[in-house]
Structures are given as C-alpha cells and as structure tokens.
Design a binder for this molecule. Structure first.
Ligand SMILES: N=CN[C@@H](CCC(=O)O)C(=O)O
Ligand SMILES: [Mn+2]
Ligand SMILES: [Mn+2]
Length: 329
C-alpha cells in the first residue's frame, strides 16, 4: 500500500513554544512521534498501553465532485499546526504517533479511499485508535472501509454505530460518482449487501441544509438524527437520552465530525458554511465528551477543515479543541 499516494509528515510541522522538558511543561509537539511508513513500521505498543495514530487525508476530490469550495486538501497540515502547541494533559503512558498522510492522486477518489482504509486497518491491527484529519467528508467512506476490514478480522459479528456530527445527512446517492455528499449512503448500501444493520446517528442536522429527499432517504434507511436547534441546555436531557440509547445498542462507534456543523462565525473555514450552525458551547462539549468517554469509540475523524476560507485560524483552533478531547488516555 505504501506507494506514491503516501506522504510522511514533515517533522518540522510539530514544533512550537517550548516551556521546558519536564512532563508538566510539555506541549503536543514534544510528544508526537512522527513515523515515516515508507522506511519504518508502526511502533508496537506495550501490553495494555493505549496509542493514538494520527493520519492525514489530503483529499478534496469528493468536495470538488459535490460542487463545493476547494481548500480541504490543506486541512491536515493546518490541523497539525493548530494542535502542536496544545498543552499535554494526557499521561506519559499514552503513545501518540503521526503516521503521515494519504493523498488523492489523479482525481482517483476511489483509490484514495481504499488506501486510507488500508492504513486505518493497519493502525487498528497494531492496537492504535486512529484519529484521521481531512480532507472532505469523503473521508467517512474510507474510514468505514478501514474499520470494517479490521472488525472482520478481529471482531466478526460485532456491531458498528456511526455518530456523525454534521449539519448534513451526506446520504446522497452517487450520481454517478461518489463524493463528499454520498459517504453514508455508500456505507448503508455496503452494509445492506453484507446483511448488516445501518446504525447511523447524525447530530446537528439543519433543515435548511438538507432537501426533503434527504430526509426521506434518512427515514428509509432508518437513520436517526438530532437537529441543531435541539442542542440547547433546555433539550439536554432529551438529546443525551437519544445519544445514550443509540450508543447502548452498538458494540463499537466510529465518530466523525464535519466542521460545517458549527455556525459560520465559529467555523468559517469549511466548504458549506452555515450562519445558523451549532455552537461549540459547554452543552455541546459535554455531549461530545460523553461519546468519547463511552469506551466504545474505535476510531474517529474531523472532516472539512478548509484553510482557504478560514479567518484567523479559528476553524483550525476549534478543530484542535475537539482533538484535545479525543487524544486522551
Ligand atoms: N459534505 C457535504 N455535503 C453537503 C454539502 C452541501 C453544500 O455544499 O451546500 C451535501 O452534499 O449536502
Ligand atoms: Mn456537513
Ligand atoms: Mn458532512
């Protein structure tokens, strides 16, 4: 798999303020091990040691096919830079590796998705929890392929739930090609062919961002959703109940966040910005942490960071704040 599409991370990206070498002074750039998979293997973990594998997906072909605004190809680079200075609040035992990037070459999205899926499977088989940075939301089909192949090998018969934090369903039928708007439809079709249930919960759905047809497809496929306007303190009990009910029914969770779920003043750096998106306030962050503390999240990603349209790196910083909650023991 490691071929022209693979691009190791330049170690210089992981640099920043240095307050000293004592553990309680450190920042992420002092803890992340950059691994060049064209010359090295994924480092083995000690027994019971937890590892997080950062992976970049340098791809905007899906956004392009979906007639979106280009720029997401630079998302992984900007997110690494935004995370480099985060203070370390995880333990010394947590191993954090940066496994580099998968690029989309010659507009061949389908091949890029296969390549990313294979790298995700490899990281999972090595005992790591992958955390993938996009790239457009076409990342989700690739991510599913990687988790599916891992589960086939290590956990046959177990169930997967997908928690997508997004203003959009992304349940479009490929027309004729897959794009950033089709990943969950593709997953539903693949699971149908395999005789598996499609367990899909979307948090942050906006009525004015999805056609009636998309709502109909969501209903036909049995998708569940929590609208953006329900993500308030007043609705906290109901939304938490819905989320917990969903999580209880599955063995593993793939959690994906599409940054366009946030209002444009928080997240201008996306393809489809939304003036009425949700706020990353304490109510939302509690819900987000609840997912990641469930012990069921097998793998996660952040999609649609588009540095071309970002303002003062605020979308990148928001993505870094979410990353801060994921890279934990
Ligand atoms: N991944 C994004 N999907 C959205 C984009 C909407 C838009 O560009 O306005 C969708 O296809 O519905
Ligand atoms: Mn979206
Ligand atoms: Mn999306």
């Amino acid at each position: 798999m490691i071929d022209k599409a693979y691009l190791a991370t330049n170690e210089n990206i992981w640099s920043g303020r240095n307050d000293g070498e004592d553990y309680d002074l450190q920042r992420w750039h002092q803890r992340v091990d950059v691994i060049d998979l064209s010359t090295s293997e994924i480092p083995p973990l000690a027994e019971n040691q937890k590892g997080i594998a950062l992976i970049g997906f340098m791809c905007q072909e899906g956004v392009k096919r979906n007639k979106g605004r280009l720029g997401a190809i630079d998302g992984p680079y900007e997110l690494r830079k935004a995370c480099a200075n985060l203070p370390v609040h995880f333990s010394e035992e947590l191993k954090v590796v940066d496994l580099g990037n998968i690029q989309c070459l010659n507009e061949d999205l389908e091949q890029a998705q296969i390549n990313l899926g294979q790298l995700i499977t490899k990281a999972l088989l090595s005992g790591y929890q992958p955390f993938v940075w996009g790239g457009g939301h076409e990342i989700a089909y690739a991510h599913y392929l990687g988790i599916r192949d891992f589960m086939d090998q290590k956990h046959p018969g177990k169930t997967l739930g997908i928690v997508n934090i997004d203003a959009h369903f992304d349940l479009r039928e490929p027309n004729p090609l897959p794009s950033s708007g089709t990943p969950f439809y593709q997953i539903a079709q693949d699971q149908k062919e395999r005789g598996e249930d499609f367990n899909y919960l979307v948090i942050g759905i906006q009525k004015n961002s999805n056609t009636k047809r998309l709502y109909n497809i969501a209903d036909e496929l049995g998708a569940r959703y929590i609208s953006g306007r329900r993500l308030t303190e007043a609705d906290k009990v109901g939304t938490t109940h819905k989320l917990v009910g969903f999580m209880d029914k599955v063995d593993f969770i793939y959690q994906t966040t599409c940054l366009d779920v946030f209002a444009a003043h928080y997240a201008p750096g996306v393809s489809a910005s939304a003036f009425n998106g949700i706020s990353p306030n304490p109510t939302f962050m509690k819900l987000f942490k609840k997912i990641h503390k469930s012990g069921k999240v097998i793998s996660s990603d952040i999609a649609e960071l588009n540095p071309t349209y970002d303002i003062d790196r605020r979308t990148a910083k928001l993505a870094a704040a979410l990353s801060f909650e994921i890279v934990k023991d």
